[in-house]
Design a protein around this ligand. Sequence first.
Ligand code: ADP
Ligand code: MG
Length: 238
Amino acid sequence: MSYITIKGLHKKFGETTVLTEIDMQINKGEFITLLGPSGCGKSTILRILAGLTESSAGTIQIDGKNMLGVEPKERQVGMVFQSYALFPNMTVYENVAFGLRMQKVAPAELDERVQEMLAIVRLTEKANFYPKELSGGQQQRVALARAVIVRPKVLLLDEPLSALDAQIRKKLQVDLRNIQQQLGMTMILVTHDQEEAMAISDRIFVMNNGMIEQSGAPTEIYTSPKSEFVANFIGHYN
Ligand code: ADP
Ligand code: MG
């Protein structure tokens, strides 16, 4: 049984259709990538999943629960964006602890979970630093830890690595994949970088112009593209 089921999703902004007949089935613990050119509707899908944008038609189920009318806070969906909105006046430790404090987790358990998460993202020695004292890659690891620590059912990542330089981006791809596998967490990553999608995903959904052109494992998409668009997009290294 699929863990996340999207059926017949449509989205219009005014007269403009930006998503047409999106169907997706995602298993628990999968690392999914939405890959496609700028403007094809990737972020809109994430925003609808998170409850930040309403769909025009279609249904979404997460873990057997229909998401229609469910408030963003009640969805147990986490998000990480390209610009890491860390709390600048809080230490790394307090940034990571934030979600647990909101949930009123008891101090001993909170400390244990924060320490464990800092170790996972390799920031134990930076616990008492402030965001401005960290590199971009380190800040993005804090953002990841902060989102993951509350154990969302699914973590949505919207081009989280795009602002980083190529070398750091490659390292963080490995980090992200390791964290995902260590926690067995379901993640959906949005990117326009086909190399990133190939490196990191269990399955890729290739999008074009508000539609899914093809889905499958990276090797399947690479070796058997179903359309000229997919062949060209996958073959094109940025
Ligand atoms: P991507 O993330 O793939 O770059 P988006 O999902 O951000 O694409 O956008 C898909 C299309 O929807 C684009 O043409 C964009 O201009 C349009 N769009 C996104 N958000 C809005 C909005 N709030 N109002 C009007 N049009 C929007
Ligand atoms: Mg986008």
